[in-house]
Design a protein around this ligand. Structure first.
Ligand code: EPZ
Length: 417
């Protein structure tokens, strides 16, 4: 268990080439089990969640090789159809393997993934959708047993535009018999990346990125080479880190059009942003203004994943900001830790009321989940004095080598055992 030690007060300025997107690479790695030959995934970030996904692939009998930010998966040796309970509990997003394994093996056995720090994370919509595709599912003794002699195309209307449910349906239906239509599909850019990857493998998917996705089943999918999209949440986190310290930041290899809801909030706070082709240049020319009210919503709304880093930013803005978390029921665990650093935040149910303060003070704080941990890093960079953040294993799930990127932008940060 190691920790990050940060001395705040230095403007975070410089240029960052943003890592590949965690939430794109995870379903794309799951999709490789559907290929009948080797897949080469480029711009793959070095993250704990990716390492765990590699273990799932190897547990299924795939051969996984990593060379820097390139991962090569050879699925031809695939011989398993189950995922260990440990891995399912450690990384609940392994549930997106279910559709791919059932499609490839006509059966699958996984343990219930369980919740995580930010909420109960039920999988009822996953199972309901797979049943509509003809998958027979028995849930007993904490395990999920799936059998599907054939996957039948269906029209599936989602009660909620769930990202991973949309992905699971795409992965299950892509080699199914007939056409599947997902209505009320999630519209996140990571869904578009998965659709592009599957089509590069020979799939016939249209409409990804919209609310209706059509999947015409095909018999065979071949390997391909693919470059993962940039991580929009990591990009916005570094913008917050620079803005809270009054720095100037240039982000490279980003897609501003994926970030419009987040960039709007930054502009509303008085932050200057110049958006170019694949880059964003940010500077702070005056005191930060409050965000009157912001609600987390499915894409293209304000992303739940950036709620906590932007709350850290708002804690030093002038005036009162209100954050309403509509997606997850327990995504305010960073609040107590920010209050320890001098923030003035009151949680009322799904809302957090943030009254801007003059300064934050360094303190010993604990990261309890991925994005809440990133929020503590953002706050620590602006706080007076030293902050020690434990629980960095959560941060490392989604941020590649965070101290390396921040050190290159003048941060006083070190990772200690
Ligand atoms: C994905 O999670 C992301 N994870 C999350 O990112 C992200 O916060 C979330 O989408 C929302 O954008 C990955 O892509 C690996 P959801 P997902 O299903 O798909 C309810 C991060 O920090 N629900 O779109 O699990 C659930 O209770 C992570 O990178 C059901 O009720 O989120 C919650 O209210 C965190 N039944 C909501 O949907 C189900 O069967 C979650 O939205 C499934 C979900």
């Amino acid at each position: 268990m190691n920790r990050l030690v940060i001395e705040g007060g230095t403007p975070i300025s410089g240029e960052i080439c943003v890592q590949g997107a965690k939430n794109a690479v995870l379903p794309i790695l799951a999709a490789t089990v559907l290929a009948e030959s080797e897949c080469v995934i480029k711009n793959c970030p070095r993250l704990r969640d990716v390492d765990k996904t590699d273990l799932v692939l190897e547990g299924l009998g795939c051969c996984v090789r990593r060379d820097g930010n390139t991962v090569t998966v050879n699925p031809t040796g695939l011989c398993g159809c189950s995922i260990s309970e440990d891995l399912m509990r450690e990384m609940r997003s392994s549930i997106i393997f279910l559709g791919a394994i059932v499609s490839r093996c006509s059966k699958a056995v996984v343990s219930m993934p369980g919740g995580c720090p930010i909420g109960q994370r039920p999988i009822d919509l996953h199972l309901k959708a797979l049943r509509e595709l003809g998958v027979e599912i028995v849930e007993e003794h904490g395990y999920i047993y799936c059998t599907a002699p054939e996957i039948r195309g269906a029209d599936i209307h989602l009660d909620f535009p769930s990202v991973e449910v949309t992905e699971n349906i795409m992965l299950a239906a892509v080699r199914g018999n007939g056409t599947t239509t997902i209505i009320n599909a999630a519209r996140e850019p990571e869904i578009v990346d998965l659709g592009k990857f599957l089509n590069a493998m020979g799939a016939r998917i249209s409409g990804a990125g919209g609310s209706v996705i059509r999947i015409d089943g095909v018999e065979h999918l071949h390997g391909t080479e693919f470059t993962i999209m940039p991580d929009r949440i990591v990009a916005a986190t570094y913008l917050a880190a620079s803005a809270i310290t009054g720095g100037e930041m240039c982000l490279k290899s980003v897609r501003p059009r994926d970030m419009s809801a987040m960039l709007k909030v930054l502009r509303d706070m008085g932050i200057e942003l110049k958006v170019g082709n694949g880059e964003i240049i940010q500077r702070v020319s005056g005191p930060l203004r409050n965000i009157h009210i912001v609600r987390t919503m499915p894409y293209p709304g304000f992303p739940t994943d950036i709620q906590s880093p932007f709350m850290a930013l708002a804690s030093l803005a002038r005036g009162t900001s209100v954050f309403v978390e509509t997606i997850f029921e327990n995504r305010f665990q960073h609040v107590d830790e920010l209050v320890r650093m001098g923030a003035d935040i009151k949680v009322e149910g799904r809302s957090a009321v943030v009254r801007g303060v003059e300064r934050l003070q360094g303190a010993n704080v604990v990261a309890r989940e991925l994005r809440g941990g990133a929020a503590l890093v953002v706050a620590a960079l602006a706080a007076e004095g030293i902050t020690v953040i434990t629980g960095t294993e959560y941060i490392d799930r989604g941020y590649e080598n965070i101290e390396k990127y921040l050190l290159a932008c003048n941060a006083k940060i070190a990772r200690e055992p």
